[in-house]
Design a protein around this ligand. Structure first.
Ligand SMILES: NC(=O)C1=CN([C@@H]2O[C@H](COP(=O)(O)OP(=O)(O)OC[C@H]3O[C@@H](n4cnc5c(N)ncnc54)[C@H](OP(=O)(O)O)[C@@H]3O)[C@@H](O)[C@H]2O)C=CC1
Ligand SMILES: C[C@H]1O[C@H](OP(=O)(O)OP(=O)(O)OC[C@H]2O[C@@H](n3cnc4c(=O)[nH]c(N)nc43)[C@H](O)[C@@H]2O)[C@@H](O)[C@@H](O)C1=O
Length: 326
């Protein structure tokens, strides 16, 4: 019988990394063929430590789901960390993976790699065709560098079997999300705000920005299944659907909502009946970010969990964790 590949999931305690681990285990991947390290055990921005880890573990496959991540406010306030940490993690992992003989790696980028005013829905070919959204330009530049790292290692070392891929997720949410009141993304922030308003009997809740930006939201377990799907595609199939210098694959749900519509859906999920105000003094970010996910669909994958069901599941996760939010 063939031994299962040894898989390293970088960022396994994060929202997406933990969902990838769940998916792999549910698919029957043996737990003893999974390699993980916490941030405390291995700082992925430390080149020497990352090289030593890969040289010792020699995984067969790598899911790169570790990153410095946050919502619009965190991106704006910590731009140095968002560009430096993400560039370092990607460069260290991709290069150490190559040096230790890893053939297959999947890097997670983000829909913010596309120009602020890219035609909608945004196809993979929109990359590097225009100016980025200023609130997340440093993070986006690091993510674009990640795509180009994978492509460059494929181009130079492909003959040695190197096959590094990347997926660009839309905005994600679900169990294991970050519920910080300021640094989080919009769904966990609003789940918390509406929950606390309901508990306090508050008559109104204010959301950031104008409420008019449109966002596409994908439930994290769908994202994990897309990651495993892309990782496991045979090389000929992947190559047939991509190009050497346009190799990334969008992962979206297929539909978007305005932020005000999202807030109304969160209020329904939580059972909050008060008034919703907007705060135009806060940034809106990109006006619209709907992915064209036809490349992935043609590779046989589509999302399963709709926004209403996903919000219910996310709220249950919030309630389970409410006592340790502080
Ligand atoms: N969440 C979203 O809406 C979206 C996410 N993505 C991408 O998906 C991927 C996963 O994101 P998500 O799961 O949401 O993020 P999380 O913040 O939930 O998880 C990221 C993980 O990376 C770890 N990490 C961060 N810095 C380091 C470091 N220096 N050394 C070791 N580990 C580190 C974190 O550990 P610790 O917490 O201990 O620092 C954490 O476990 C990222 O690449 C992100 O850019 C893309 C689009 C949308
Ligand atoms: C995933 C993605 O995430 C970020 O980009 P973003 O799409 O702007 O993400 P966001 O979830 O923070 O906001 C979405 C919208 O929602 C509005 N909004 C309302 N009220 C709250 C609120 O309370 N919190 C937050 N965070 N936003 C709020 C907010 O004003 C904005 O219009 C980047 O990290 C980017 O790099 C990236 O990859």
């Amino acid at each position: 019988m063939q031994t299962a590949p040894k898989i390293y999931v970088a960022g396994h305690r994060g929202m997406v990394g933990s969902a990838i681990v769940r998916r792999l285990l549910a698919d029957g991947h043996p737990a003893d063929r999974l390699v993980t390290r916490t941030h405390k055990e291995l700082d992925l921005t430390d080149q020497a430590a990352v090289r030593a880890f890969f040289a010792a573990e020699k995984p067969d496959q790598v899911y790169l789901a570790a990153a410095k991540v946050g919502g619009i406010h965190a991106n704006n306030v910590y731009p140095a960390e968002f560009i430096y940490d993400n560039l370092m993690m990607e460069a260290n992992i991709v290069d150490a993976a190559y040096r230790s003989g890893v053939r297959r790696l999947l890097l997670l980028g983000s829909s913010c790699i596309y120009p602020k005013l890219a035609p909608q829905p945004m196809a993979e070919a929109a990359l590097l065709t225009g100016t980025l959204e200023p609130t997340n330009e440093p993070y986006a530049i690091a993510k674009i560098a990640g795509i180009k790292l994978c492509e460059s290692y494929n181009r130079q070392y492909g003959a040695q079997g190197v096959d590094y891929r990347s997926v660009m997720p839309t905005n994600l949410y679900g169990p294991g999300d970050n519920y910080h009141p300021e640094n989080s993304h919009v769904i966990p922030a609003l789940l918390r705000r509406f929950h606390e308003a309901k508990a306090a009997g508050a008559p109104d809740v204010t959301i950031w920005g104008s409420g008019t930006p449109r966002r596409e939201f994908l439930y994290v377990d769908d994202m994990a299944s897309a990651c495993v799907h892309v990782m496991d595609l045979d090389k000929a199939t992947y190559d047939r659907h991509t190009e050497p210098m346009l190799s990334h694959i969008n992962v979206g749900y297929g539909d978007d909502v305005t932020i005000l519509e999202l807030a109304q859906a969160v209020a329904r999920t939580v059972g909050y009946a008060g008034t919703i105000h907007t705060d135009p003094a806060k940034p809106d970010g990109t006006p619209r970010k709907l992915m064209d996910s036809s490349r992935l669909q043609s590779l046989g994958w589509s999302a399963r969990v709709d926004l209403d069901e996903g919000l219910q599941l996310a709220y249950q996760d919030f309630l389970r964790n409410d006592n340790r939010l502080g």
